[in-house]
Design a protein around this ligand. Structure first.
Ligand code: SAH
Length: 250
């Protein structure tokens, strides 16, 4: 059995209890060394076989699972944040299917949640935005044309861009082309929840300058939207004049 486990965004204690328990029991761990906090490996048993996938191909990763697979073994594939977001888990699952190896996913705290926490921010403010767009800018990995940044920007929703901090030169232009103002608040969150986390508050127009000044080229998220400013309407949920299933209006 292979468990795809979300390691969380960085801080060792942000893995789930279920994830940590499985790490303690694991006979084999393959972890994404480029982003997963290596301190998490302290959970592993002494005789656990540990592999860093950073230098491995998809086939090499799956080969380890195929070679190690026995009915009693617990094998872990440890991904950063939540495995369902840019985790490339689908292709691993498809190959495991071909080999008849069972798997299960344990979710994790995604870095976009860690970044909001670092900013004490709420993505879904009434009257500001009720939508969070999670995306990336096209680089070496293609993005479907309908999801081009300028198109997504037309919604002016709260936006979080993964895998984009090395591509910021053209980003502001695309965001403004779509509809954000140059002054729309933006933030760059580097290594959210890690001890060396950096939070840089800026604007859409100044994204490239801010990234450059702070030498940010990787392990960062770019957050965009008016949810980062001070103005909003209070939510209905806690409004004393609003009734719902659990509370009558006063
Ligand atoms: N599955 C992960 C994302 C993997 S893609 C998740 O749910 O968070 C890798 C990208 O995620 C990085 O290039 C960076 O943009 C972002 N990222 C991952 N961890 C991060 C962190 N702690 N702080 C800021 N960005 C992070």
């Amino acid at each position: 059995m292979v468990y795809f486990i979300g390691a969380g965004p960085g801080a060792v204690d942000l893995i789930t209890v279920k994830g940590a328990t499985l790490l303690q029991k694991a006979d084999v761990i393959i972890y994404a060394g480029s982003l997963v906090n290596p301190e998490l490996l302290q959970y592993a048993k002494k005789d656990c076989k540990i592999f860093n996938s950073a230098g491995m191909t998809l086939e090499e990763v799956v080969d380890v699972f195929v070679c190690e697979n026995t009915p009693d073994k617990i094998m872990v594939r440890l991904h950063t944040g939540d495995p369902s977001i840019y985790g490339a888990i689908r292709e691993q699952m498809d190959l495991l299917d071909e080999h008849g190896i069972k798997y299960s996913v344990v979710p994790g705290v995604s870095s976009f949640c860690g970044a909001a926490a670092a900013l004490n921010a709420e993505y879904t403010l009434p009257d500001i935005s009720q939508t969070v767009i999670l995306s990336r800018m096209e680089g070496r990995t293609p993005v479907p044309p309908d999801e081009e940044i300028a198109k997504l920007a037309t919604h002016k929703a709260s936006m979080v861009l993964f895998l984009t901090s090395s591509l910021v030169e053209q980003l502001s232009g695309k965001l403004i082309e779509g509809g954000y103002r140059a002054e729309t608040p933006a933030a760059i969150v580097y290594k959210a929840t890690w001890p060396d986390q950096k939070v840089i508050k800026t604007t859409v127009g100044n994204l490239a300058k801010s990234a450059k000044e702070n030498n940010i080229t990787k392990t960062a998220l770019i957050l965009i939207g008016d949810f980062l400013s001070g103005d909003y309407e209070r939510s209905k949920l806690y409004d004393k004049t609003f009734s719902h299933e659990f509370r009558k209006a006063k």
